[in-house]
Design a protein around this ligand. Structure first.
Ligand SMILES: Nc1ncnc2c1ncn2[C@@H]1O[C@H](COP(=O)(O)OP(=O)(O)O)[C@@H](O)[C@H]1O
Ligand SMILES: [Mg+2]
Length: 586
């Protein structure tokens, strides 16, 4: 069953702390035993007092002292076991909560972009935080409290049958009523609760989406809409949550009633048994004690059981993220290519995004080390897709891609991506200092390396003008810098990485002509000595490429040098004409 699978896994996550968990189980067994001993002792005391009129004084005192000593040692052992359980359980909970978060975080960061494309990052955060918090709460309350309840119900309850089987059966009936009642309500509320959890995730996802696009929200005056969306989800959430709460209120009332009824029944049955000589007064007192003890424990166990059900969806969601696999798995015998020479070849590559139409068809080309290849064509023709395949964000459905003659699928992802540098239209900077952003390119770069890279990227001067130079914080996505500055930082970062293969995907498309000229100078330095793929709309930037591939709906329609393609007078020549036309008109 799903329930046992999920919670089996919740316990299995404690494997690194196996010994602590076993120690806790033993301590809980001791605690449960001690808790049950108290009513027994209490009953004995009552029996001694009841018989005292027919006994010698000294004999009464001797029995009373014996019981008292036993009681004190039970009390002391109880304190010891309780302290040990509390300390161990909390530490174990904290340690493993952080471990799970660490594993989740590392796993999610390693998942392919295809996964991140479909999943809101706010949702991923919520799944991690809520999931690990729930794990922590479950572990701690299970080991501190509820394990003793389970042991009491499973081990000690049957033992009361030996004391007085009629009264024992009554207690067992009480426990069965509790269990049946909770199982019924849990099954009634499960679907609604799953919906509630799903809505919680959506709330977090939408909020994150709106927050990360706050500029758009404000400039398009979408505040009302976004707030409305939030309120709407909230309302749906409450609509699903309230009926669930009603059911649990019913449970609370019924369990309260069941408790009172049980105590009354023990009193009635006990009186009858006592009159018929089948139970002592002390036994009746002990069973009253058992009943009160059990009722208290069962009430908290029922709320724990409901939590297990409520939180199951959040745990399942967390586990499903942790189980999602990479779509570009690394072979066990994948090899580290070291530093590549930079020869790239596409051999009849065909590709479609999962469940989508064909995007690339029969793409074949070779780029010799150090050469520059330009990819041009209309938006949506598949240029960026082809380049993402070179970084192995996706694998081809047909054909193969090679680096220095090795199929990309035979290389470790790490060594492949170390050999490829990318500059995008959006420079994608961390909300950290300039220095930290540059060190992403080469973590062990020296101060001199940084300065040289910045100079070559034409970024040195503006960094010098920043209030704290290299140690200036640049804000989320580099919002405190201009587009040209961000792009020059991205180029410096790529220079530091110093890869033999370089991809420039519309690197200058977002810039104005004057800024572009400056960035272009930096790019030329970056390109020198590397196999470079340029995707560009402004054809002036591809004039010097060794070969130009013209993409048309996923295929290469024309190829050749700039002058050859112009002479061919086909698609490319038409593109050149449309771009030159406004200039001649002006
Ligand atoms: N992650 C994706 N999932 C599904 N389809 C995609 C994805 N990325 C791009 N596409 C589709 O693939 C086609 C090619 O896109 P792209 O390679 O970005 O073209 P280009 O870079 O030439 O403008 C487009 O139709 C686009 O809608
Ligand atoms: Mg593109």
């Amino acid at each position: 069953m799903k329930f046992f699978k999920v919670y089996g896994r919740v316990l299995a996550l404690l494997a690194p702390d196996r010994n602590v968990a076993i120690g806790l189980a033993v301590a809980s067994l001791a605690l449960a035993g001690l808790q049950f001993l108290e009513p027994v002792l209490f009953g004995r005391v009552v029996d001694v007092l009841a018989r005292s009129s027919q006994m010698e004084r000294s004999a009464v005192w001797a029995e009373a002292f014996a019981l008292l000593t036993l009681w004190i040692s039970v009390g002391l052992s109880g304190i010891g076991a309780n302290t040990a359980v509390a300390l161990l359980a909390d530490r174990m909970g904290h340690r493993n909560r952080l471990l799970v978060m660490h594993d989740y975080f590392q796993h999610v960061l390693s998942l392919p972009l295809s996964f991140h494309g479909d999943t809101q990052s706010g949702r991923l955060m919520k799944v991690m935080l809520v999931g690990s918090d729930n794990l922590f709460g479950l572990w701690v309350s299970f080991f501190r409290e509820h394990l003793t309840t389970f042991i009491a119900a499973l081990v000690l309850l049957p033992l009361t049958l030996a004391m007085n089987w009629r009264l024992g059966l009554l207690l067992i009936a009480l426990v069965v009523v509790f269990c049946v009642l909770s199982a019924y309500v849990i099954s009634r509320t499960q679907t609604a609760q799953e919906r509630v959890e799903w809505l919680h995730s959506r709330l977090a996802g939408n909020a994150q989406d709106a927050l990360s696009n706050v500029v758009i929200v404000q400039s398009f005056t979408r505040l009302g809409y976004e707030a409305g969306l939030f309120a709407d989800t909230m309302k749906q959430l409450l609509d699903h949550q309230f009926p669930v709460l009603n059911w649990w209120a019913v449970v609370a009332v019924l369990t309260q009633a069941a408790s009172s009824v049980t105590v009354i029944l023990i009193f009635l049955l006990g009186t009858w048994l006592h009159i018929n000589g089948l139970a002592t007064v002390g036994e009746i007192v002990s069973f009253m004690g058992f009943a009160t003890l059990l009722i208290g424990k069962l009430q908290s166990a029922v709320s724990f059981a409901s939590r297990l059900v409520f939180q199951m969806p959040s745990l399942e969601e967390m586990f499903s993220v942790m189980d999602s696999k990479s779509s570009v798995p690394e072979r066990p015998d994948a090899r580290d290519i070291g530093r590549a020479k930079g020869e790239v070849a596409f051999e009849s590559v065909g590709f479609a995004y999962p469940g989508g139409p064909p995007i690339l068809r029969d793409i074949t080309f070779t780029a010799a080390p150090g050469r520059t290849l330009a990819l041009v064509g209309q938006t949506g023709a598949g240029k960026s897709t082809a380049m993402s395949m070179l970084q192995r964000l996706w694998d081809p459905n047909e054909g193969r891609i090679t680096l220095d003659g090795h199929d990309l699928r035979d290389l470790t992802l790490m060594s492949l991506r170390r050999n490829i540098g990318v500059v995008f239209q959006e420079s994608m900077l961390f909300n950290r200092t300039i220095r930290e952003n540059l060190l992403v390119g080469r973590p062990d770069a020296t101060e001199a390396d940084l300065e040289l890279a910045c100079r070559e990227a034409e970024a040195f001067d503006f960094i010098q003008r920043q209030p704290k130079g290299l140690d200036t914080l640049i804000g989320e996505r580099g919002t405190t810098l201009s587009g040209g500055q961000r792009q020059r930082l991205a180029i410096a970062r790529a220079l530091l990485k110093n890869p033999p293969v370089l991809i420039l995907d519309e690197a200058t498309s977002a810039l104005d002509a004057a800024t572009e000229a400056r960035v272009q100078k930096a790019l030329v330095r970056l390109m020198s000595g590397r196999t470079t793929f340029i995707i560009a709309h402004r054809l002036s930037t591809v004039r010097d490429a060794d070969e130009i591939l013209v993409f048309e709906q996923g295929s290469v329609a024309e190829r050749g040098s700039f002058s050859e393609l112009v002479a061919l007078d086909g698609l490319f020549a038409a593109l050149v004409k449309t771009q030159l036309a406004p200039a001649t008109a002006a």
